[in-house]
Design a binder for this molecule. Structure first.
Ligand code: AOF
Ligand code: ZN
Length: 335
């Protein structure tokens, strides 16, 4: 297989681990000799071995059989091997110690802890390095991770469920607006984000758990609660969860506090007040609206005050489709 084919295989197979590896990026590494695969490794679970380590450990089983010496092998990694000693050792140092002479990289790691230092370790050890192979695909695959490091803020998605007449709920009362399939779709969106944020009002009215209830393994999102009032610490939201609580109201400050953390994406699931405050602050990247055919009528609380609120907040429709009798629309910020 060519390096292109091997890189595409590593990218494709790494995708399988996206819900388990987050908030880390997914990474795949393939070790090859003259185009033939010796072993493969993936970053399968957050906090556990990096892809390169898994690939090298697997290759060791074939030493003396499929190959004689690591210097005969090439390692193809979708992301720059890390230079830092984090939860596990540095991949770049491990590659150098193993004796490789050639490394092919997809994208440079934008994490400031790495950002070219992995390549420097490899170069300093006389390893031939090529990078940039299918870099665009690796960036797309790890959209939130690259966004965070480029913009120094997590990607923020606001999700709302609306009645046909633009309402959110009745005062102090929970109503199911959208259908079961739409609500299942939300579970996958939760699974995809690194953190879920809500406000004190939603906590008091709905007592939501807000974890991702899906039929596959997920490194569950961190939870964030914004409340200036007292809250019930026995609410479902706190069950088995790691919750950050903010009593301040300055949304920019709150979001900025995640700049140097691993959190690359935050899903806001809140009522009209907090959702509008986020949109008004100009820090939202994506707005997802599920609209049902049900009407709540006069007594329902409006999601938005103005008719053209979404456009006025600077969003444009990117895609829309039906989920049975509901409509799902995705809006992105006008660039
Ligand atoms: C690699 N190979 O497979 C991955 C890398 O907290 P840690 O120690 O797991 O480090 C996480 C950081 O390491 C992550 O933010 C990213 O910069 C890099 N991910 N690097 O060499 C891998 N998953
Ligand atoms: Zn690593």
């Amino acid at each position: 297989m060519s390096y292109e084919e091997l890189m595409l295989r590593a990218i494709t197979k790494a995708e399988k681990f996206k819900y388990a590896a987050k908030p880390n990026p997914v990474v795949g590494a393939i070790i090859a000799k003259d185009g033939e695969i010796i072993s493969e490794g993936y970053h399968e679970i957050y906090g556990e071995n990096h892809a390169e380590i898994n690939a090298i450990e697997a290759a060791k089983n074939h030493i003396g059989k499929k190959f004689k010496d690591f210097s005969d092998l090439t390692i193809i990694s979708t992301l720059e091997p890390c230079s830092h000693v984090g939860k596990t050792g540095s991949c770049a140092s491990f590659i150098a110690k193993s004796g490789f002479k050639r490394v092919i990289i997809g994208a440079i790691d934008p994490n400031p802890k790495v950002a070219g230092r992995g390549i420097k370790i490899l170069n300093d050890n006389n390893i031939q390095v090529e990078y940039g192979l299918f870099q665009d695909l690796v960036e797309k695959q790890n959209k939130f991770f690259f966004y965070k490091h480029k913009n120094h803020k997590p990607y923020i998605t606001v999700k709302i469920a609306s009645s046909f007449d633009g309402k959110s709920h009745f005062d102090n009362e929970t109503v199911l607006i959208t259908n079961e399939s739409s609500r299942n779709d939300v579970q996958t969106i939760r699974a995809n984000h690194d953190a879920i944020l809500t406000g004190g009002n939603t906590l008091r009215n709905d007592d939501p758990r807000m974890d991702a209830r899906v039929n596959f393994y997920v490194n569950q999102p961190k939870k964030i609660l914004l409340t200036s009032k007292a809250y019930n610490s026995k609410s479902s939201f706190f069950k088995d969860a790691d919750v950050d609580i903010f009593k301040i109201k300055d949304l920019n400050k709150i979001i900025d506090s995640y700049r140097d953390t691993e959190i690359c994406s935050i899903l806001v699931e809140a009522g009209p007040k907090l959702a509008n405050a986020f949109l008004k602050a100009g820090i939202v990247d994506e707005l997802i609206i599920y609209t049902s055919e049900k009407k709540l009528g006069e007594k329902g609380i409006n999601w938005f005050i103005e008719d053209n609120a979404i456009e006025n907040y600077g969003f444009k429709l990117e895609s829309s489709y039906k989920i049975e009798d509901d409509l799902k629309e995705i809006f992105k910020k006008n660039e």
